[in-house]
Ligand binder design. Structure first.
Ligand code: MTE
Length: 374
């Protein structure tokens, strides 16, 4: 069984698939703290978790414009300056379920809104490691930095992804080779002993158990770069999709979620308290979350909690809370709504149907929860 050496996991996680492990963080635990505890952080694995010996582990660097280099964990920890960032990771499939309820089913794990979490990541800058391997700024032969994981399937295919070299080399891009998560060694599920963290970008590019980095003129040729994490118009379906016609998803759009109250909650007060998260890609911090207790006719502003982050480097989500009056005399179903705005004034589309796409990615429509007023 290739899954015989999986790590222990908390029963609190909501499992969407066992082998490979895919599990999301329960809503009420997501909003408990700005930083998600390691054992509650969502898990998105495509393959079995590899068993890596930290003593013999080597990170290989190769490709165009670099010297072929092998680095031990000790080399990484002692020869480069350490750097920490607070960053949210989100799966492109977060909130996928909402496309299914819009009437047209999509293919993929049935994620609710819990395939998102935030941690303080510590490691070294990818930029520093590439420069030490000889990569010059604006090297014309290099457009992409590819990553390969140490996780493989039966046919020895490894998980792979790539990012643009400009993001990798940007001193303000904060791309890390991380060996710590919230002050502890990375847990096995999250990439022990070393993972890439590409803040502001879809979680799929933050390759775990990274074994090899390749500087190249080309993107990663992996299935996940070429034929999976891409989005299309609602006119494109499985019989006419041309995967090469769309770019791989890198930065993700602004989104938000009502984590509490849960759908179907009975409200017997004249007020209702909402809690949730909001996040945007490209380091665009959240500046506002608007909430409504009448399906979006009238709006209030939620109070935001976030870690201090520079403009353009807002890698972490905002948590938010608001107490709203229940419309006078209202009984029965009541629609709670939220929508967020980021520092570039991007906001969310009103409904999911017009952004429907066959893989069910980037669902960021207004989030709606129906509660029941007694
Ligand atoms: N890296 C490897 N090697 N293998 C994987 O399956 N999954 C990716 C990414 N990195 C993956 C990987 C995806 S799709 C996501 S969303 C994030 O890891 C999830 O990171 P997490 O499990 O630490 O939350």
């Amino acid at each position: 069984d290739p899954y015989a050496h999986e790590p222990e996991r908390l029963p609190a996680l909501i499992v969407r698939s066992q082998k490979p492990m895919n599990s999301e963080t329960p809503m009420e635990l997501l909003t408990a703290a700005l930083v998600t505890p390691n054992d509650l952080f969502y898990v998105r694995n495509h393959l079995p978790v590899p068993v890596v010996n930290p003593d013999t582990y080597r990170l290989k660097i190769e490709g165009e414009g670099v010297r072929a280099v092998e680095l031990s964990l000790e080399d990484l920890k002692t020869k480069f300056k350490r750097h920490s960032i607070t960053a949210t990771l989100q799966c492109t499939g977060n909130r996928r379920q909402e496309y299914n309820t819009s009437g047209r089913p999509v293919k993929g794990l049935e994620w609710d809104g819990g395939s998102i979490s935030t941690a303080v990541w510590t490691g070294v800058r990818l930029r520093d490691v590439l420069r030490a391997a000889g990569l010059e700024e604006d090297e014309p032969l290099v457009q992409h930095i590819q990553f390969e994981g140490l996780d493989t399937d039966m046919a020895e295919t490894v998980y792979g992804a790539s990012i643009e070299v400009d993001k990798a080399m940007d001193p303000a891009g904060d791309v890390l080779l991380a060996f710590e998560m919230n002050g502890q060694a990375l847990p096995r599920d999250h990439g022990y002993p070393l993972r890439v963290v590409v803040p502001g970008v879809a979680g799929c590019r933050s390759v775990k158990w990274v074994g090899k980095i390749i500087a190249s003129a080309e993107e990663s040729t992996s299935f996940w770069q070429q034929k999976d994490y891409k989005s299309f118009g609602p006119n494109v379906d499985w019989d006419n999709v041309d995967w090469s016609s769309a770019p791989a998803i890198q930065a993700m759009p602004v989104t938000s979620q009502i984590c509490e109250p849960a759908a179907g909650t009975q409200v017997d007060d004249d007020e209702v308290t909402l809690k949730g998260y909001a996040w945007s890609g490209s380091g665009q911090g959240i500046i506002r979350v608007d909430v409504s207790a009448d399906g979006g006719k009238t709006w209030h502003q939620a109070e935001l909690k976030k870690v201090p982050q520079k403009r353009g480097r807002g890698w972490a989500w905002a948590l938010w809370e608001a107490t709203l009056p229940v419309p006078k005399g209202h009984k029965g179903p009541l629609e709670l709504v939220c929508k967020a705005t980021d520092e570039s004034y991007n906001t969310q589309p009103e409904s999911a149907a017009p952004i429907w796409n066959l893989r069910g990615v980037n669902c960021n429509s207004w989030h709606r929860v129906l509660v029941d007023v007694q």
